[in-house]
Design a protein. Sequence first.
Length: 579
Amino acid sequence: MRLRFNHLNKWAVFGLSLLLLGHSIRGVAQGSSSSQQNKVSTTQLIAQLNKTIPQLLDSASIPGLAISVIREGKMAYTQVYGVKSTETKEKMAINTIFEAASLSKPVFAYACLQLMEQGLLNLDKPLYTYLPYPDIARDERYKRITARMVLSHTSGFPNWRNNDSLRINFEPGQKFSYSGEGYVYLQKVVEKITGKPLNQLMEEKVFRPLGMPNSSYIWRPDFDAKTAAPHDAFNNALPKNKPTTANAAASLHTTAPDYAAFITAVLNGTGLKKQTLTAMFTPQIQAPEERINAATALSKSVSWGLGVGLQETPEGKAFWHWGDNYSFRCYVLAYPKEKMSVVYFTNSNNGLSVANRIMHLVTKREQPAIAFIDYEQYTSPGFLFRQGIPKQGVTAAIKPFLKPDNKPDIAEEELNSIGYQLLRSGKVQEGKEVLQLNLEAYPQSANVYDSYAYACLLNGEKDAAAQNYFKAYALDPKNKEAKQIADQLTAAQAPKGNAEFKLKGYGTAKLITLAGSFNDWNAYRNFFVKQGDEWVCRLDLTPGKYQYKIVIDGDWILDPNNKETAEENGYKNSLLVVK
């Protein structure tokens, strides 16, 4: 059965709630005994969600949320709460667009399985036989990577490459390691074998057939009026990225009803054969107990199928996935046997802090997958400390969480994360204070010195930054980048290099750096050194074209000495050509 949600756009949220609630009540009067119990529980669930979600948004500092619930293979409830933006205060609408982040992956996997059924894609044929991949051709192991490995995250690729080249971390197929890079390679293969760009293919195979009018892997002009604004952990609205290039792993933009239409199709077997769906939900690899530590023991309840995570508990088998683009976070869970599902989207960095609570509200079941992804929950000490900082300041906010020795009863990693979130939101002094707490609590950790040094850099304290980077290197000699940064900060002359950048003036500037495609756009890796009335930076670069900007005390500007520019994702950058 094909579901259509176009008409939802015309209804006010309140009216839709009443309609769904009324439909549930009518079902009670007309259905059988078991059906009546189902309808009653749906009615009760709607009331619970309408009461609880606004409270959760307030407690977790989440501006807005959209949710859809599927029962017995049909949409039972869809609703929105809160605002699109804390700046405009515009309310959420049923057709509000969210970044799906990694919820992009299951939709792409669905299309890949369709290609498999058509005989165009063999899941066990090495991908290089369809399309060689120059990014990793130096490592012969890549010739063993298959679509099955990509979909089950056993390719050996990292999640994303940093400023270095793509690498393979282990023998392909050997173990689980979550990877967006694998999806990028598979996307290139799919585009090659179909002769179509990804978004066009997804329109033809998924969006139009399933009734998903508000979904796209690239930005559409009509999204401007409908999109939710991204927000950091402190409810600050952030600039919205508008992707012009599709990314199968992360760039899907969609609505809660649209994504529910996709999940409904999967639950009802629409578009795929029964044996293909069985394969999709069959464990291909067991996941480790901790997502970010592949060396931990294997989980007894969490595994990976073809494009989706799987969990098995006494209460039932389910597939699931989460999405995290920093300022958009979301989650989907579905039980194929009962054709039951819930998906929700948020426009907040705090969005996954309520995942466990929402899943329990809808399912009343254990959720080991949420423990596996390991996001801080909105009731944890670290979360409560962080949310108290804007209102009380660091010193007052930390008091309820101090141990008898006056050290924080919060783990090093949590404090480090809170410090970085503050720095990223522009609260440099508060971030530095939190990282100072971390340094005092964990004085033998190289990581806390590295983080504190970074805060000093952002605060314009070059000497303190250099001192702490040297300390980080002394505690961990493998951290060569810390020493390289410290050496640059203490150098009287700019290092040698075939690419030279000069800037005159800016005598009162505290810190001038270079950020570009050559250093993963990291503004704190390559530094200008003041020499007389000039600032000078030199890099050794291989031949090629590089986009970059100069960063002066946090302000990103085009290079005034270089008229060459290029555009990428809507941003104009200076262009450097190295011959």
